[in-house]
Each structure stands twice: as C-alpha cells, then as structure tokens.
Design a protein around this ligand. Sequence first.
Ligand code: ATP
Ligand code: MG
Length: 398
Amino acid sequence: LPAIFEPARPVLQKIEDAGYEAYFVGGCVRDTILHDEIHDIDIATSAYPSEIKTIFNHTVDTGIEHGTVMILDHGTGYETTTFRTESGYQDYRRPDKVTFVRSLSEDLQRRDFTINALALREDGEVIDLFNGLEDLQKHLIKAVGNPNERFHEDALRMMRAVRFASKLDFVIDTATLKGIKENAPLLEKIAVERIRVELEKLLLGQNPVAGLKDFIATGLYYYCPGLENAQDALSALLILNQWHLENEAQLWSVLSLQLQLDQKEIGKFLKKWKTANDLIAQVKKVVPAVQAIRQRALTPSLMFNTGETALHDANQVAKLYGWAINDEELQKAYQKLPIKNAKELAIDGRVLITKAGVKPGPLMGKILQQLTLAVVNGEIANNATTLLKKVEEITKEG
Ligand code: ATP
Ligand code: MG
C-alpha cells in the first residue's frame, strides 16, 4: 500500500478488532491502482456512527446523519462512513435519507461507476464486485448496474462521468454513454453549484477535450446555464491542444471568451452559475487582458488595472489559443510599472484636502485617477511635489 495509507491502517485495524468491517473505498482506491496522486482517504465501515464513537475517544460529527464521522488520530482526521444504501430518490437528486446497512456489497452497489466501487482492505486485498479492476485497466467509465436507473436516481452522475473522462483520460462505456444521452434533460433537476463543481473539474482535468467532447455529444451542455446555444462555441475548443488551465478564473475566462461575452454578460453568465463575486471580478479582468495579449496591445494602464494575478491568468488562457507572450517578458513589463496599485501614489485624498484645497467628492476621485494614470504611464514622477503641481494644473483647467 502507498505510504499515505500507512497512518490510517491502525484505525481500520481498531475497527476490525472491535468486530466490524472497515475498508478504504472510492477515489483513493482507484487512484492507488492507477498510481495517481491520492488527495483524500475515505473509509467505509459496517460499524454505525454510534459504534465508531464508542471505539474511538476522539471523533467529530462531520456528517453523522449520512453516517460520516471523523476519527481523530495523532492529529490527523479520517472520514469514516457507515455502509449505506440510498433509497427513495426524489426529483432525480441524491436522496438525503440514507439507510445504514451491515454489508459492504450493498454499499458498493450504490456507487456511481465500477472504477469507483472498489474497496481495499487494510491488508492490501482489493474487493472488486463489479469488475472495476478490469475497467480500470481498459480505461473505462462504466455505470454500476443499469445506467438508465442509475442516472434516474441521481442525474449528477452524468456530469461525473464526463468529468472523470477528462480527469482520468478514460473513455465512457457505450451503454453508459447512451444512458447519458437519453437522460441528459434530467440534469436540469440538479443544483447548479453541484454541476459547476463537475464542469470545473472537467476543464481542469487531464484531457479536457475528451470530457468536452462527451459533454457536447451527449447534449449535457444544453441543460447547463448559459450554454444552451453554445454547441459551436464549445466545439471550437476541441481543436485546441495546449491545455494548461490552472484555476477557476482561467477556465471561466475561456468559456466567456468562447461565448464572446462582454463585461456585463460575463457577470450575468457567472451569476447563473452562482460563482463567488471575487471570481466574477477576476474573470472580468482576465478576459480583456487576454484580448490585449492577443493583439499585443498590453499598455501600462491595462496592466495596472488588470493586476499581477489576472495578468498571469490571462497569459495562461492565451497559451491555450497560441496567443501567449513569454511569461518572463510579461513579468518584466509588469514589474516596470512605476506603481502597482493606487495606494502607492505619493499623495492621497487627505493631502489633496490639506495641501491643494480640494474638497472631498467626485472631483477628488477624478483627480486621483488622473494622477494615477499619469504616474502609471510614466508621464510624471511619483513624488508629492510633482503630483501637487499636476493637481494645480488640473484644477485650473477644470
Ligand atoms: P475525486 O478524486 O475527484 O475526489 P472521488 O471518486 O473520490 O474522486 P468523490 O466525489 O470524492 O469522488 O466521491 C467519493 C466516492 O463516493 C466515489 O468514488 C463514489 O464511489 C461515491 N460517489 C460520489 N458521488 C456519487 C454519486 N453522485 N453517486 C454515486 N456514488 C457517488
Ligand atoms: Mg474524493
């Protein structure tokens, strides 16, 4: 077993010593077999939450109604979930009522894909009830059981399929793909935040083109906010082969660029996806910067207004399209800016009031803006005397 499992083994052993079963399950097992990096370890057990809490002294109720208890052991937390079945699916969404069961096989049966339905014993033995190992080897994403039924139970699984296609660079099994095509409209029942997580993971995955292709071909895109008419815009991404996207700001900028959205439309589009406001602000900076990079029209004031991180994001996006400029040159150009933000200006509103007799109000804001622009453009030096002289000129003109 990879080293990451080692500290968790005594935890599983302790559960077994108490007379219950315990396994590593889900993504961590899949990724171990694929020799991929493992980010979190999930443990499934036949012990009920109350039983886990009598076995261990230090636990936290992280999701006890779903059977999840965190065991604290030597400063590390291990999420442990009781074997469960999910029944009474309503509205094609994951039910919030679950039934705890004692059998591993029932727990594995409710999982989405065969490659995600593997369990690993603490001694290294793999429990594979649905041919997940073979599908891992074949690089196949295949629903556990009948795809139709599984997507009816939880329509989010369709998005998960296309995101795993990208994340793992796997192919979706034919019957599973057919199931997605037939049930794609059910995606409308799913909360947009949950769809967003999967779409983001898709675009940040190993093979976004593969995931996107399925996202388009299955018609899933049609049931996503703001993408109803985006078939062509999305398809145009399929010929791009330099995917280096690193974060949400970059991927939402790509989508905004494809959809040719202006500033206002970017805001509307991202609000539909219920993204955070600071992400919207960032995308609104990245998109024009990408266009400026493309046209080799990066001016000092545009760099100043964009800021360092959005500039980096913009160049990263530009790489996808083959428009990027050299990262170091960009960095150098940015560093050459006389000031990097408005606070670095040698005078502020208070000085304007005391030394230049300017009254607080809209005019003051305008003056500060003009000063900032002049300094950024290298027209005047950033020292109080020079700036105050400039203020005099401006107020005379005004
Ligand atoms: P990642 O590496 O992206 O976290 P993961 O496989 O761990 O991938 P999670 O969303 O963390 O994905 O879910 C953990 C496990 O729970 C999955 O491997 C799968 O067995 C099960 N699972 C998660 N979501 C669903 C779902 N909607 N339907 C059925 N099973 C699910
Ligand atoms: Mg996980």
